[in-house]
Design a protein around this ligand. Structure first.
Ligand code: SDX
Length: 392
């Protein structure tokens, strides 16, 4: 506050670019990818098709889909040097730190993907990254547990292949529950893009300096890691575990989140754009019910989450500020029920968001948008002369 005016700073309502990719209406709670409502895509499409849609602007016909899938499968491997890089990370390393490092390292082994000039260059680099990013995501989980790495299997579709690389143990076939694969496919669709969110804006900013695709995506992974952004799904479970450990007194935490004396916020609630229900939240809640029913899960974390949701939705403070559960409130509950460790939740968010980041980066690059260089409001010292050390 400068005493003159109260500044509401930060990239909050900045029109940072012109885009044809994703449309959000925060008041109506609407989300469209290339004009298609997220509800229809979640119900009728699959993640590979949605990746094609985001990257190319149109839904693929059968031949286009098969070609896209074939080109990704051709890249379903990473070099031995990348495996050796992974080995230097301790098991205790957070998988998002490992993922951003390995993603940036892809540049070292695919130098051509830095100088991207034509749409064809972008298509090749995108297909390579889409294939290899799934491997790297699965590898972060294997590294955390000291499990041997599982190679990509081209007999499987993209989501099954990822699930297989994550969970299959050597010398055994993985029993895959179609309900879980279908749930994972929908969750990845719901996370695939979200216009100029923090991590997508980061990818565009880094790309605006003409940095390469892999380096730009690596920056997006790092931005997503923050608990106010993609890290919220991990923070939701940690918050629910804390409430359960503290005797399950949900009202105490709702009151804490409302108090100005505490910096505590209800993780998984609120959104910069949605001043209504997050449309993805409504869809993912149905997916959560299906998965928990399929796995017959009834535990304190789930009960606490449902109690927290019920109390907060009736509370004046949250109603006044239009704070509703967002996509992150439910996704962590599903991942946890699937046996995925909390540190991996944001890695799954990154896997879902990858096609959106690539589409945003490509749009910026091919539109030849200018380098990002915002200005500031300066409130520092006024001009003054240097003072020699002995006179200070
Ligand atoms: C994602 O941008 C995207 O699209 C992101 C995302 C995507 O797909 O990329 O949708 C993914 O990041 C979802 C959001 C996940 N983050 C969380 O769940 C963390 C908890 N949520 C908050 O930190 C917060 O709601 C934000 C960061 C998401 C949005 O913050 P805003 O819009 O900057 O809201 P604000 O800080 O201006 O708060 C407005 C008021 C304040 O109270 P007053 O000062 O008016 O009294 O609402 C309060 C805030 O204190 N508030 C909360 C709250 N969120 C906002 N109070 C308690 N709990 C909360 N979660």
């Amino acid at each position: 506050d400068t005493g003159l005016i109260t500044l509401d700073i930060g990239y909050k309502n900045t029109g940072s670019t012109i885009s044809n990719i994703t449309y959000l209406d925060g008041d109506k709670g609407e989300l469209f990818y290339r004009g298609y409502p997220i509800e229809q895509l979640a119900e009728k499409s699959n993640f590979t098709e949605v990746m094609y849609l985001l990257l190319n602007g149109e839904l693929p016909n059968k031949e286009q889909f098969n070609h896209f899938e074939r080109e990704i499968k051709k890249q379903n491997w990473v070099s031995e040097e990348m495996r050796r890089l992974l080995e230097v990370f301790p098991r205790s390393a957070h998988p998002m730190g490992v993922l951003s490092s390995l993603t940036s390292a892809l540049t070292a082994f695919n130098p051509k993907a830095v100088n991207i000039e034509s749409h064809d260059d972008v298509e090749k680099a995108s297909e390579l990254l889409i294939a290899r990013f799934a491997i790297l995501c699965a590898w972060t989980y294997r590294n955390m547990n000291g499990y041997p790495l599982i190679k990509g299997n081209n007999k499987l579709n993209y989501v099954e292949n990822f699930y297989n690389m994550m969970f299959r143990m050597p010398n055994e076939e993985l029993e895959v529950d179609p309900v879980l694969i279908n749930a994972l496919d929908k969750i990845l669709i719901l996370h695939a893009d979200h216009e100029q969110n923090c991590s997508a804006s980061t990818v565009r900013m880094v790309g605006s300096a003409r940095a390469g695709l892999f380096a730009s995506i690596s920056a997006g992974v790092s931005a997503l890691w923050g608990p106010l952004h993609g890290g919220a799904n991990q923070a939701v479970i940690e918050m629910l575990e804390q409430i359960v450990a503290d005797g399950g007194n949900v009202q105490k935490y709702v009151d804490m989140a409302k108090s100005k004396d505490s910096s505590f916020r209800l993780m998984g609630f609120g959104h910069r754009v949605y001043r209504n229900f997050d449309p993805r939240g409504k869809i993912i809640k149905k997916v959560m019910d299906e998965v928990l029913d399929d796995l017959d899960v009834h535990d304190e974390i789930l009960e606490t989450a449902l109690k927290l949701e019920e109390i907060a939705l009736k509370d004046e403070y949250f109603i006044e500020r239009k704070l509703y559960p967002n996509v992150d409130f439910y996704s962590g509950i599903i991942y946890r029920a699937m046996g995925i460790p909390t540190e991996m939740f944001t890695v799954l968010f990154a896997l879902g968001r990858l096609p959106g980041w690539i589409a945003q980066w490509t749009e910026h690059r091919l539109h030849e948008d200018p380098i990002g260089r915002p200005r500031q409001v300066y409130q520092g010292a006024v001009k003054r002369d240097f003072v020699e050390m002995e006179n200070r």
